[in-house]
Design a protein around this ligand. Structure first.
Ligand code: ZN
Ligand code: ZN
Length: 157
């Protein structure tokens, strides 16, 4: 079965433009994100215009994704929008937007996502989420190690 995003160009020259408004499953873009995940559906809107012998799509894709906050590891869901441009020769008969959209999502992927601008992160000593509770440990500046320090000593009375 062809992708819903493989759009026929056969009426392009007669109509002058082809509007695109498709909602597709996120599974069409399995490798778009290196971290995090897409949620639900992806909506693609725009239009295809003929430019000489080329069909040019201009539009945007949008949806929801989920990342972990880089400071406290809480999952964060956020809406995203990515501009999309694609083209194909009109003679090809169709324009498949799938790969261009996958790349656009990949480029739009945030480098760092935080659950809120003032996220306090995890305590470097006890890993308590300090947004939820103040464990009372002093913040001793940037930690070189992310690993929790756990020392377990057998207690032999
Ligand atoms: Zn956070
Ligand atoms: Zn602590």
């Amino acid at each position: 079965m062809d992708s819903q995003l493989k759009i026929s160009l056969k009426d392009l020259k007669d109509k002058g433009e082809i509007p695109v408004d498709e909602t597709v499953e996120k599974e069409l873009f399995p490798d778009a994100l290196s971290e995090g995940a897409l949620i639900g559906t992806v909506t693609v809107k725009g239009r295809i215009l003929p430019v000489d012998d080329t069909a040019v799509f201009e539009g945007a894709a949008k949806g929801l994704w989920r990342f972990e906050c880089v400071r406290c590891l809480t999952p964060v869901e956020a809406p995203w929008t990515a501009p999309v441009e694609a083209e194909a020769p009109i003679d090809a008969g169709h324009l498949d937007l799938t790969e261009e959209i996958r790349q656009s999502i990949s480029l739009a992927q945030p480098m760092k996502i935080v659950c809120r601008p003032d996220c306090k992160g995890l305590c470097a000593v006890c890993r308590q989420n300090r947004n939820q509770k103040d464990c009372g440990h002093k913040d001793e500046g940037p930690q070189m190690s992310q690993r929790p320090r756990l020392t377990i000593r057998p207690d032999k009375g």
